[in-house]
Design a binder for this molecule. Sequence first.
Ligand code: 6PG
Length: 478
Amino acid sequence: GTAQIGVTGLAVMGRNLARNFARNGYTVALHNRTASRTRELVEQFGDEGTFVPAETAEEFVAALERPRRLVVMVKAGAPTDAVIDEFAPLLEPGDMIIDGGNAHFADTRRREAALRERGLHFVGTGVSGGEEGALNGPSIMPGGSAESYASLGPMLEKISAKAADGSPCCTHIGPDGAGHFVKMVHNGIEYADMQLIAEAYDLLRHAAGYEPARIAEVFRGWNAGRLDSYLIEITAEVLAHVDAATGKPFVDVVLDQAEQKGTGRWTVQIALDLGVPVSGIAEAVFARSLSGHAGQRAVGRGLAGPTPSPLAADEAEAFAAQVEQALYASKLVSYAQGFHQLQAAGAEYSWTLDLGAIAGIWRGGCIIRAAFLDRITAAYAKDPALPSLLADEGFAAELGAAQDAWRQVVATATRSGIPAPGFSTALAYYDALRAPRLPAALIQGQRDFFGAHTYHRVDRDGVFHTLWSDGRVEERQS
Ligand code: 6PG
């Protein structure tokens, strides 16, 4: 065969990735379960590069040069296993199957181990940036063996987005499921970012009385500063948009029930297993879930709220700047939590994750791309062993400068009866980390009282239990 890469599964993501490879000069073999889709792609876009359409699995495999590189772009879950079962028997040792879908990293680990036994490389690869990114340059997060990356990496780097400094938004993340894990956390952070932006909008609208068009202006202003990011930019566009059918702000005609396909939920599920407090991502997932419970919300509409105390005109003016501080600080906290999860996963699964490089490849192409990511890369460059992003002097100083406004915003939200779970949980996390003593000591006391669950002391090593009937302290064998 002559094709350097093949793509099977030609729905919009697969089609656009195939075109991206072709536009970059690679010969691309094409395959789809329904062959008409393959023919359509060649008819419409054949002049963009060199395509080798294949009708059958055998033809497709034969079209590929060796070692074969076969990109699978089908729905995560059972369809991915079905495609692997179809192609693996046709492949030879050293060939690579690249899964570019939003697979669960545990599935990727399982598939990688099974295919490794047969001498095949399975490369679970996170791809972010939606349809547009797939075509013009996504952020790419490949896992799998170093050997597979040596062969595949240069091609992926070539089709990836480029950061402002020209570097590719693609790097070898680590073995087996590391790529899909990192994509999952990317999505969790995406959920947190979206929730925080939504809370900022809600507060400007309902505590300060701004209209959507004015909030769009505020966001455009923020986008010229340290919050410069794709999500802030598109939010301004969504808020400025007027529904053609009704003439109303678009945001007022959309049903307020947020949906989700599962990657944010996975991030939280795994964080619970790893014991990492990703409270910002968790609140974002719960906020979407709550929004969809129409029955519970109908009950809530009968519950009492605070007496309205709208902000005075001058307060409303100043409020936007405070909300910017709260948004930035909360965002910083949710990134610190997400990176803590990556750190913990690296230790748990024996991956050597380069956290600075991961922030680096999120600078372009992906949904959370933002100027801010450069700062994260710089923080890890300065100290690769940084225990938390909040330990970075620059970030700590920014949080210190933001905290007064951040507290004001959370207080205003509380006083006004406007839910701000993302802002609130981020501030609680910040204050919990700061606290010299946490009431966890009391919880240990309660556990020891009702269940003799024992506790550690601040003044002596060892494991202790108090005999609560007479106050005597017993030392236990640990
Ligand atoms: C990306 C996106 C993408 C997915 C969103 C939507 O990085 O390009 O993350 O993978 O479309 O995660 O997810 P929800 O439907 O769960 O909001």
